[in-house]
Each structure stands twice: as structure tokens, then as C-alpha cells.
Design a protein around this ligand. Structure first.
Ligand code: GTP
Ligand code: MG
Length: 688
């Protein structure tokens, strides 16, 4: 691929709901540009950007992929992103690397959850946006209905610049509202034609609306317009491009990716209206802990940020990056601020799906790839050593669903740690941690699909088989009244015996106060040196589990008397006496189970508020409050037992058809209702 200067580059992220047609559109653009000679189909698993076996299996994109095309003397870096909720991190990464977001919206379904989620993300980044209404060839397609849902959701900035000619099976072209020309697609590229009569009236009306919508954005243009001077096509496009660049105007074009119909027009508009990387002149970075604004210059020092990492079973780690400033050439050595190590970009390449094509250099604003960096992760910045700066981080969603994993065989166990490390390099959202209380290794992700895919990738890419098991709730236990008991450990059957007696009183302390050991021994009934052993025995029992089997918390233990033997007593005997005495005292002190309670914040469109609150109450939750938030959404905060929200991520998705999202964090422990105790204790015993 030729090297293009920044002003001739367009970085475009295709975003939108799952199934809207992003991958198919990327394929159609590659085909129209002549990069590929055969149009692949998602159903056949032969598209350029859905190259993972798991993607073929599911017919969905699961991670972002690049598809650069050469178009009319320009390079358009297409970033195909996944629409599935679980893989939103790659939407954020794609938007982070792009200068324009193209929202692919199906003309049969209109605005959906994935559209809105990506829109909010692009809005937060202040990213220019345009819309491609796709699938106009489908039976139940409706351009007007889709446009309405767009204007309803995203407001007045939505500006149609094309109208479809025909709809459903009769869809065969578009009318361009700038040029008042039609483009008919009977085969291959669009043939220019006059606007069909039946569309003329509507076209004129929408054309006028468009012109008015544009001139109000520019005072000079408005003045001339009010004097009766209608701006020309170029002036209109220029002014619209300004509105797009400022994030106030969102042009709407349309077509069919499977046709393909009018995708070439989309590529043209991306060049005419879409911003180049020069849109970013400055960047606020972090240097030595301070925020500083730097100039991004094509002749500046090379500055690179990695926005995606691919763990390729053959090549190893591949890092996809954007050249933020300067130029990247082969053999360039840059410094990674996070890992504080040098990285040699031995061979830089341009990725087309899974294929990499070596290039001589990459100018500012371009997207590229490099393999086998030492220790560079997604989001890392590489800069010249003399300029230790870090670019703004990629947005990272918080995992909402966990599963417990264990290796299938011993052989898998040996490979597991390394495989998990490598898969996390590719998937920075994934969190793997060990719960010391429940002795489980937990894998946290964005949803069931994410966790299942990870398991499949562990097997396919790293040859490690893992099995999953339900996540155990970290219950605890404590006591609810005072009690006392004797712990006696006696073994005196020849040889060195063991003897120790500890008299213990136990009492509950304030919730969250933890453990307190009080030494009330008088007169040396237990020799000084053995008292810590009593405490240690108690502490070990608390960790291993009390009479109900859970770690013990919030108790005060007083050791007030004891017995010892001058020969047979030892630390060991008094540790055991402590253990036995404590367990005996606990069983007299009406032990209770404590359950973890999470604070949960649920964000939903207000029409789901009632249902979500009802559902939370049915999970023994206490709603603490609701608050209106942007986009007609409600924030509901509640305290809910953690055991009731283990699979909340999936439940909320089905209650709210995917429109809801939530965060949860541990808040406190509370007494488990007695009617649940037996079941919880029995289940824990089974798990042991
Ligand atoms: N009739 C028709 N079908 C289309 C069109 N575009 C895409 N499709 C079909 O819609 C389905 C989904 O297409 P994809 O390209 O995988 O959609 P996507 O947006 O990439 O979906 P995710 O990868 O899940 O985010 C496939 O069966 C496509 O063949 C179109 O313009 N017309
Ligand atoms: Mg896709």
C-alpha cells in the first residue's frame, strides 16, 4: 500500500448495533475499492474482518479489525468494530483511534441499544459522526421510520443528505440532496441520472431543509442566503464538514451493504465531509505526573499509542497503533513509559483483517501494526526516550459477570498462568483474580459470551482446557450471643505427650470490627509463652471456617483460665486447645451466617424503571434512591445481597432488552435470613 500524507488519510470506525451490517459494509468497501476481488459473506465465514474461528461460529464480530482501502487518491482506514454488548471495549478502542464514527443503522430496526451505546461513547470523545442507513433492500425496510428514530434519539443535528430510490426489493439507487442528482445501481457502481419524478417533490423538500439546516451554521452563508443567494454544492459540503468536525451535524447517507448499493457514495462522503487526522492539532498528555498540551506535528518526534493487541498463535503478539505525531519507520526504537522499556518497531505493517502487509513508513495520523514488542499493552504510549509522555488512556468498561475456572488436567494447570497472562494482553478488560476466602480463581468479563469465548480462545490459541464452576459467595460467620467453653487438647500415650487447656469466653463485636483477643490469664494458669499459641489457634480456625464452615469475623475472645503440664505442654498443644475451645464456644454462641451486600447502581431508560425496581426488591434488595440522568435515563441505587446478583448482568439485559447497565461494588456484610441458612451451609459443605 502506498504511503499517504495525513491530509489524505481518513480513520473511520464502523460502529452500531450487532447485526446492523458493519462487517458486511467493510467487505463491500474493500470490494468496491478493489482491495478484494470477491465479496465475502458473514454467513459463509469468509469476510476479511471477521477472521477468528469463534466469529465464524457465531456469525458476529468479537473484536475490532482493520480494513484499509485506497479511494480516489486517499487512504481510508476502516475499523470494523463488534456490536455485541460484551465486546464494547473494542468499540471504545476503535473510536479512540478514529477521526470519524460511521454509525451503521439497519433500516428494518432503526436505533438500537448498540447504536445508542456507541453514540454516547463517541459523544464523550467529541468525535465527528455520520450515519449509514443500511439494509434498504430488505422487505420491511423503512428510510423514513429509521430517520425518525435517529432524530428522536440524537436530535436536530441529524441531517439526511441522500434519499433512497425505491425501498425493499425495489431499492436500486439514491438521490443526492447536494447535487439533486440520482445514482442508479443496476450493476456495479452507480450511474448518474435525473431524480425520478415520483421522488422529485420529496427530494426538493428535503433538499431545502438540508440547505436551511446548513446555512444556519454559518453567519456569512446565512446572510447571503437571506438575500436570496443559494450556496453551491462545494460551499454546502464545506460548511457541513465544519459542522461534522465540530460534532454538531450528523449527515445521514443510505444504501445496502449486501447489494452493494451506494457504498461508493459513502466512501466519497467520508473524503468530502469526514475530517483527516490533522483535525487533531494538539493533545493533552501526561508528563512527569503533570498534564501538558503538546502539538501534534507530522515532522515532530514519533509518538505512538497502541489501541489493540492481538495474540496470534503463530506470529505472537501483534500491536495495532495510531501514529499520534511524527513518522514511524522500520527499526525505530521508542520508549514505553508504562513498562519503562525500549521497544524496537522492527517491521511496521498495515493490517488488512488478519493479513499484514509490510510498509516502509507510516505518517502522522495513520494506523499500523507491529509484532513482537517486548512488554507493550493496549493503551500504552511509545515515545522518544527524551520525551517521557503518556497519551490519554483508552476507556475501559468494568466487568459485570464472573465465573470460576480451574484447569482440566495437570498439564493444563502447568500452562494456565502463562495462557491467562497472554490472553489478558489481548483482552485488557478481562480480570483474573483469586478469591482467598472461597479458594476460587475468578474470571471477570462483560457477559456470558465474553467468558465463553475466552474459554474457547484459551483452548484454541494456547492449548489450555479450563472448566468453569459457579462462583461461590464469600459468606462469613459470626456469633450472636456470649458463650464460654473449654478447649482441652490432651495426648499422653507414651513418648512426648501433648497437654493444654484453655478456657475461652466469646462475645460478638460490632459489625466490621473484626477480631479481638483479650488475655485475662491470672496466676500463670497458662504460661505466658503459650498464650500467643492460643490466639494463633483461634485465628487459624477463624480463617479455616467456624462451625458453619465460613471464615469467622467480628468476635472478641477472652482467654481467662487454663491448665498446663510442665513436660507435655507446648505451643502446639495450646494452639490446639485454642482451636477446640473456640469452636466449642462458638457452637454455644448461636452462630449466624453473614452475607455480603453490594451497592448497585443501575442505569436504565425511564420506561424500565418500575420493572427494574420491582426485580431488585424480589432479590431482597433495598432501593436507596433514583435520580434522573442524561438521555432520558434513570439511575437507581440499591443495596442487594451479592448472592442475588451473581448473574445480574444477563438478567438486567433481558429485563431491559439490553438498554440497562449497572455497576456493583461490595458494601457491607449483614445477617443472612435464617430461612436461607441451612441451604447455604449445606451448599458450602458440598463444595468443600
Ligand atoms: N439484506 C441485507 N442484509 C444485510 C445487509 N448488510 C448486512 N446484512 C446481513 O446482516 C447480517 C449481519 O451482518 P454483519 O455485517 O455481520 O453485521 P455486524 O454489524 O458486523 O454485526 P456484529 O459483528 O455482530 O456487530 C448478515 O447476515 C448480513 O448478511 C444489507 O444491506 N442487506
Ligand atoms: Mg461485524
Amino acid at each position: 500500500m502506498k504511503v499517504y500524507p495525513p491530509e489524505k488519510i481518513r480513520n473511520v470506525a464502523l460502529v452500531g448495533h450487532s447485526g446492523a451490517g458493519k462487517t458486511t459494509l467493510a467487505e463491500a468497501l474493500l470490494y468496491r475499492a478493489g482491495t478484494i476481488s470477491r465479496l465475502g459473506r458473514v454467513e459463509e465465514g469468509n469476510t476479511v474482518t471477521d477472521f477468528d474461528p469463534e466469529e465464524h461460529e457465531r456469525g458476529h464480530s468479537l473484536s475490532l479489525a482493520l480494513a484499509p482501502i485506497e479511494w480516489n487518491g486517499h487512504k481510508i482506514n476502516i475499523i470494523d468494530t463488534p456490536g455485541h454488548t460484551d465486546f464494547v471495549a473494542d468499540v471504545y478502542a476503535g473510536l479512540h483511534a478514529a477521526d470519524l464514527a460511521v454509525f451503521v443503522v439497519s433500516a428494518t430496526d432503526g436505533v438500537e441499544v448498540g447504536t445508542e451505546r456507541a453514540w454516547r461513547a463517541a459523544e464523550e470523545l467529541g468525535l465527528p459522526r455520520m450515519i449509514f442507513i443500511n439494509k434498504l433492500d430488505k422487505e420491511e425496510a423503512s428510510f423514513d421510520r429509521t430517520l425518525e428514530s435517529l432524530q428522536e434519539r440524537f436530535g436536530a443535528g441529524i441531517a439526511p443528505i441522500e434519499l433512497p430510490i425505491g425501498e425493499g426489493p425495489s431499492f436500486h439507487g439514491i438521490a443526492d440532496l447536494f447535487t439533486d442528482k440520482a445514482y442508479i445501481y443496476d450493476s456495479g457502481s452507480g450511474q448518474e441520472a435525473e431524480i425520478p419524478e415520483e421522488l422529485e417533490a420529496k427530494e426538493h423538500e428535503v433538499h431545502d431543509n438540508l440547505v436551511e439546516g446548513i446555512v444556519v451554521a454559518d453567519d456569512d452563508l446565512l446572510e447571503k442566503y437571506l438575500e436570496g443567494e443559494v450556496p453551491g454544492v462545494e460551499e454546502l459540503e464545506e460548511t457541513m464538514a465544519k459542522g461534522v468536525a465540530s460534532g454538531s451535524v450528523f449527515p445521514v447517507v443510505c444504501g445496502s451493504a449486501t447489494g452493494p448499493i451506494a457504498v461508493d457514495r459513502l466512501a466519497d462522503f467520508i473524503l468530502e465531509i469526514g475530517p483527516s487526522p490533522l483535525r487533531r492539532q494538539k493533545l493533552v498528555v501526561t508528563a512527569a505526573g503533570n498534564e501538558v498540551e503538546i502539538d501534534l506535528r507530522s515532522d515532530g518526534d514519533p509518538l505512538v499509542q497502541v489501541f489493540k493487541t492481538i495474540a496470534d498463535p503463530y506470529v505472537g503478539q501483534i500491536s495495532l497503533f495510531r501514529v499520534l505525531s511524527g513518522k514511524v519507520t522500520n527499526e525505530l526504537v521508542l520508549h514505553n513509559q508504562r513498562s519503562n522499556g525500549d521497544e524496537k518497531l522492527a517491521k511496521v505493517a498495515s493490517m488488512v483483517g488478519k493479513e499484514s502487509e509490510l510498509v516502509d513508513s507510516l505518517p502522522m495520523g495513520d494506523l499500523g501494526a507491529v509484532a513482537k514488542l517486548n512488554d507493550t499493552a493496549t493503551g500504552d504510549t511509545l515515545s522518544v526516550k527524551s520525551q517521557p509522555i503518556t497519551a490519554p488512556p483508552l476507556r475501559r468498561p468494568t466487568p459485570v459477570l464472573a465465573t470460576a475456572i480451574h484447569a482440566k488436567t495437570q498439564a493444563d494447570t502447568d500452562k494456565l498462568a502463562n495462557a491467562l497472562r497472554r490472553i489478558q494482553q489481548e483482552d485488557p478488560v478481562l480480570i483474573i483474580d483469586r478469591n482467598a476466602e472461597t479458594h476460587q480463581t475468578l474470571m471477570r468479563g462483560m457477559g456470558e459470551t465474553h467468558l465463553t469465548i475466552t474459554q474457547q480462545r484459551l483452548s484454541r490459541k494456547f492449548g489450555v482446557e479450563v472448566e468453569t464452576e459457579p462462583v461461590r459467595v464469600p459468606y462469613r460467620e459470626t456469633i450472636s450471643r456470649r458463650a464460654q467453653a473449654e478447649g482441652k487438647y490432651k495426648k499422653q500415650s507414651g513418648g512426648h505427650g501433648q497437654f493444654g487447656v484453655a478456657m475461652l469466653k466469646v462475645e460478638p463485636t460490632q459489625r466490621g470490627n473484626g477480631f479481638e483477643f483479650v488475655d485475662e490469664i491470672k496466676g500463670g494458669s497458662i504460661p505466658r509463652q503459650f498464650i500467643p499459641a492460643v490466639e494463633q489457634g483461634i485465628r487459624e480456625t477463624m480463617v479455616d471456617g467456624g462451625v458453619l464452615g465460613f471464615p469467622v469475623v467480628d468476635v472478641r475472645v477472652r482467654v481467662y483460665d487454663g491448665k498446663y503440664h510442665s513436660v507435655d505442654s507446648s505451643e502446639m498443644s495450646f494452639k490446639m486447645a485454642g482451636r477446640l475451645g473456640f469452636k466449642a464456644a462458638m457452637s454455644e454462641a448461636n452462630p449466624i451466617v453473614l452475607e455480603p451486600v453490594s451497592q448497585i447502581t443501575v442505569s436504565v431508560p425511564s420506561n424500565y424503571q418500575g420493572e427494574v425496581m420491582g426485580d431488585l426488591s424480589s432479590r431482597r434488595g433495598q432501593v436507596q434512591g433514583t435520580e434522573a440522568s442524561s438521555g432520558g435515563r434513570q439511575m437507581i441505587t440499591a443495596l442487594v445481597p451479592t448472592s442475588e446478583i451473581i448473574s445480574y448482568a444477563m438478567d438486567l439485559r433481558s429485563i431491559t432488552q439490553g438498554w440497562g447497565s449497572f455497576t456493583a461494588e461490595h458494601d457491607h456484610y449483614q445477617e443472612l435470613p435464617s430461612h436461607l441458612t441451612d441451604k447455604v451451609v449445606a451448599e458450602a459443605k458440598e463444595d468443600d
